[in-house]
Design a protein around this ligand. Structure first.
Ligand SMILES: Cc1cc2nc3c(=O)[nH]c(=O)nc-3n(C[C@H](O)[C@H](O)[C@H](O)COP(=O)(O)OP(=O)(O)OC[C@H]3O[C@@H](n4cnc5c(N)ncnc54)[C@H](O)[C@@H]3O)c2cc1C
Length: 570
C-alpha cells in the first residue's frame, strides 16, 4: 500500500535508484520507490507476468531465491523475453522507443532495472574523464569514498581467469601493454575485470575435478556458467541475497527494505512531476503522479523531495512530459560508448601451446572478465556469449553493409561487415575457437545527441522518447584506434582470422542526458526546480571515459543521497 506522502519518492528501481533509497532510509527518512516494471522473486507476487501483484510486499522476508530461480530460467532467449522493457503484463507488448539506424536501446524494466541484464562489470571511471575533460563540477576524489561504499555492497573483486581471459592477457602482453594493478586507472593496460559477481567456489577450480550439480549450498558463489545478460540466478537454490551476481535487486534492495523505511511499488509508471510556484520563485517539487500499468488507474503522492532515477532515456522524457521549466540541456549530451565488435578465430593447433587444449570455450567463466583500459580513448573487453548472441553482435549487423562489399586489403582485419552464407557458417561452426572483443569508446557529450518528445508519437504514458545519436569525428577516431588495438591483441595471441563488425550505434551504456553542471548542480539538484534531484546515469556529466558506468552511477547516487540529507533533512 502506498501512503499519501513520504520524505522522498524515488522514480525507478534500476541500477541507481535503490542506492539513493537505501542511503536515505538508513538515516531514518521514509522512502517510496515507484518502479514501472515487475518485482521478481517476491513471494507476495509469485506470477508477475500473469497477475497484477497488488500485494507485492516491501518486506525483506518475502524475497525468495527459489522463486527467483523459477522465474529466471536458465534458457537464454526465454529469459531475455522475460526481461523486456515493458509492463509486467506481457500481453501488452513492450514500450517502443525510437532509436536511429539499425541500433537499439537496451534497457530493462523491473526491480533491478537494467542491472538485471548487466554483466556485473564494475570498474571506476577514469580519473582523467572527470578531472581533465572539463565536464564535471566535482572532482574524482569526491567520488572515492562512495566508490568504496558501493564496491563493498556489490562485493566487487577481480574476475576469475579462464581460457578466454588467459588468451587475451597473453595477446595484450605480447603487444607491449602492462598489467594494471590500481583501481584508479591512469595509464593504458590490461587487467582482470573488477566484477560485482561473487568469486566462484574454490572447488570449481579446474584442478579440483568438481562433479556435483552446481547448486547451493554445495556451491557458493559464481558457477562460471555465463548467463549474466539473461539475469543469472546462480547458484540455483541460493537464497535471494546469496545470488552471485550483485545486480541492484540483490545488492541494494534487501538492505533498503531491511531499514523498514522503504516501500517498493512495482507496476507504477510515473507520468508527471508535480510542483508549486510561489510568486517570483522557481518551482518547488510537491510529488508525482503515477499510473498502474495493469489497471490503468492513476494516483498521486506527495513528497519533500523527488529523485528521478528512471534511466538516461526515461528521466529526461519524464521531465519533458511534466511541463517543467525549459532548460536547453534537458535530454541533451547523450553518450552511449559508441561500440564495435572485433572477432578473433584460432586454428586448433595454435591453441594447444597457450591453453593446453584445442578450444577457447568462451561459454566458460564470467561473461566479461578481462579488459583493456585506455584513458582518453576508451576500453576493450572480452565477451563470452552463446552462439546466437555472438552471431548477432559479431556478424549480424554492420554499418558497412555486407563483408563482400568491403575491401580490407589495407586494414588490420581480414573481413569487415555482415557475414552470410558459407563464410558465416564456417566461422560459427568454429565458435568454440572464437574470441570476441567489445570496443567501448570514450564518446563525448554533444548537444545534438539526446532525446526529444513529440506530441503525436505517444504511448499510454505520454509522448515517447525519440533518440538522436550521431558520433563526432573524434568519437569515430577513438573507436577506430581501439578497433586496431583489439585486432593487434588478437593477432599477438595467435588468431588466424580477425573480423571487424563495424557495428551500428547501439545504446548499451546510456548516460549524461541530465548532466551535472548543466541540468543539475553539484548535489544533483535541478537548477530550475527546487527539491527535484536526479540519481541515475543521466546525471553523469559525460560517459566516464568509456569505463562501464554503473559503479560511477551508483557512487554518485550514494553521494546525492548524502547531499539531499544535508540540504533538506538535517
Ligand atoms: C546487456 C547489458 C549489459 C550491461 N553490462 C553492464 C556492465 O557489466 N557494467 C555496467 O556498468 N553497466 C552495464 N550495463 C549498463 C547498466 O545496466 C546500466 O548502465 C544501468 O543499469 C543504468 O542504471 P540507471 O539507474 O541509470 O537505469 P536503469 O537501470 O535502466 O533503471 C531505470 C529504472 O527506472 C524504471 N523506469 C523508467 N521509467 C520510469 C517511470 N516513468 N516511472 C517509474 N519507473 C520508471 C525502469 O523500469 C528501470 O527499472 C549493461 C547493459 C546491458 C543492456
Amino acid at each position: 500500500m502506498v501512503a499519501d506522502s513520504y520524505d522522498a519518492v524515488v522514480v525507478g528501481a534500476g541500477g541507481d535508484g535503490p542506492v539513493a533509497a537505501w542511503k536515505l532510509a538508513e538515516v531514518g527518512l521514509s522512502v517510496l520507490i515507484l518502479e514501472a516494471g515487475p518485482f521478481h522473486g517476491n513471494e507476495k507476487w509469485p506470477n508477475p507476468h500473469e497477475e497484477p501483484g497488488g500485494e507485492a510486499s516491501s518486506s525483506v522476508e518475502d524475497l525468495s531465491g527459489d522463486l527467483l530461480d523459477e522465474q529466471f530460467t536458465t534458457r537464454e532467449f526465454e529469459m531475455i523475453n522475460n526481461l523486456v522493457f515493458g509492463p509486467a503484463d506481457h500481453e501488452r507488448g513492450f514500450w517502443f522507443r525510437k532509436f536511429p539506424g539499425d541500433g537499439a536501446i537496451l534497457q530493462c524494466a523491473g526491480v533491478g532495472g537494467t542491472t538485471l541484464h548487466y554483466t556485473g562489470c564494475h570498474p571506476r571511471a577514469y580519473p582523467a574523464s572527470i578531472d581533465e575533460q572539463g565536464h564535471w563540477p566535482i572532482d574524482y576524489a569526491d567520488l572515492i569514498p562512495y566508490y568504496k561504499e558501493v564496491e563493498a555492497m556489490c562485493e566487487v573483486t577481480p574476475a576469475p581467469v579462464t581460457a578466454k581471459e588467459q588468451l587475451f592477457f597473453r595477446g595484450a602482453e605480447a603487444a607491449g601493454w602492462e598489467l594494471i594493478e590500481d583501481l584508479n586507472v591512469t595509464e593504458a593496460g590490461y587487467r582482470p575485470q573488477p566484477n560485482a559477481i561473487r568469486q566462484p567456489d574454490p572447488k570449481l577450480h579446474v584442478d579440483e575435478g568438481y562433479a556435483g550439480d552446481f547448486t547451493y549450498p554445495d556451491v557458493e558463489g559464481d558457477t562460471l556458467a555465463l548467463g549474466n545478460i539473461a539475469g543469472n540466478p546462480h547458484p540455483r537454490g541460493a537464497p535471494f541475497e546469496e545470488k552471485a551476481k550483485r545486480a541492484s535487486n540483490v545488492s541494494f534492495v534487501p538492505p533498503a527494505l531491511e531499514t523498514g523505511n522503504v516501500t517498493v511499488r512495482p507496476n507504477a509508471f510515473v507520468t508527471d512531476v508535480t510542483t508549486e510556484t510561489a510568486l517570483g520563485d522557481s518551482p518547488t517539487v510537491t510529488g508525482v503522479e503515477f499510473r498502474d500499468t495493469w489497471s490503468g488507474t492513476t494516483e498521486t503522492v506527495d513528497a519533500e523531495v523527488v529523485i528521478l532515477a528512471a534511466g538516461a532515456i526515461e528521466t529526461p522524457r519524464l521531465w519533458l512530459n511534466s511541463d517543467l521549466p525549459a532548460n536547453d540541456w534537458v535530454g541533451r549530451g547523450l553518450t552511449i560508448h559508441f561500440g564495435d565488435n572485433i572477432m578473433g578465430l584460432w586454428d586448433a593447433d595454435d591453441l594447444t601451446e597457450p591453453l593446453g587444449k584445442e578450444t577457447i570455450d568462451q561459454h566458460e567463466g564470467q561473461d566479461i572478465a578481462a579488459r583493456f583500459d585506455y584513458p582518453g580513448v576508451g576500453m576493450l573487453q572480452t565477451i563470452g556469449t552463446a552462439p546466437g548472441i555472438g552471431a548477432i553482435l559479431g556478424f549480424g549487423a554492420s554499418a558497412s553493409g555486407f563483408a563482400f562489399q568491403n575491401d580490407p586489403a589495407e586494414a588490420p582485419w581480414d573481413t569487415m561487415g555482415r557475414l552470410r552464407g558459407a563464410e558465416l557458417k564456417r566461422l560459427l561452426s568454429d565458435y568454440r575457437r572464437m574470441l570476441q572483443v567489445l570496443v567501448v569508446t570514450d564518446d563525448r557529450p554533444h548537444k545534438r545527441n539526446g532525446i526529444s518528445v513529440a506530441p503525436g508519437i505517444a504511448d499510454e504514458h505520454g509522448p515517447i522518447p525519440i533518440v538522436n545519436y550521431e558520433p563526432s569525428e573524434g568519437d569515430r577516431r577513438r573507436r577506430d584506434e581501439l578497433a586496431e588495438i583489439a585486432a593487434e591483441i588478437l593477432r599477438e595471441a595467435g588468431a588466424s582470422h580477425v573480423h571487424r563488425s563495424d557495428s551500428p550505434p547501439t545504446a548499451l551504456h546510456v548516460h549524461s542526458t541530465m548532466r551535472m553542471g548543466q541540468v543539475v548542480d553539484e548535489a544533483c539538484e535541478a537548477y530550475d526546480v527546487d527539491r527535484l534531484f536526479v540519481a541515475d546515469h543521466s546525471a553523469l556529466a559525460n560517459g566516464v571515459g568509456g569505463a562501464n558506468p554503473t559503479n560511477t552511477g551508483q557512487a554518485l547516487a550514494a553521494r546525492t543521497a548524502d547531499e539531499i540529507n544535508k540540504r533538506y533533512f538535517q
